[in-house]
Write a new protein. Sequence first.
Length: 206
Amino acid sequence: MKFDVRVMAAALALGWAFAASPAAAECNPDTSLFEDEFEFMDVSWGESDDSLYVEDGALTINEYGGVVNFSTKNEGANVCVDMTIADASKIPNSPIGIVFWWQDWDNYYSMFIWADGWIEVRRIVGGEQTTLFTEETLALKKGVGETNSVELDLKPKDATIFINGTKVKRFKGRQPKDGGVIGFYGISPEDAPATFTFDNLVVNEH
């Protein structure tokens, strides 16, 4: 399922190979609920088009858009994925994101990364958006073209973010009663389109 997030671009403008330290998220492709190395566009992601496609072994979002995969539905999971802002001329306006605890496009959480070293977590409830926190972190590899390995340890009432093997933040949240879905985001302004890629997705249930 895809969602046009052009209307969110202005608001957002405001705002696994593990690294040295071990991470808590345990992502194992051999025992996963869902895993994808994006050798091709699996049907679980929907139909490819100019804004969403697989290229060079990565799921690519071009310009702006969002997608979720219902095969990832879980009631608690470890989620690992490699995320890259492959191209962006306006870095402060072009974040890459992972969607989690998704119920529908009016009710979900998202975590965004900016190429200048910032992260942000937002919650959408009934279509209304709230920022849970925004912070700069040294765990991020800065710059366009840099790949960051992101891990989420999702529990029913809280989540922990790891970036490149470093624990960045634990925060309270609430997953949907029947479990949440995982997805991705890419956002850029109309006058400066960007390209975002995702690879090595693994979702393990707790």
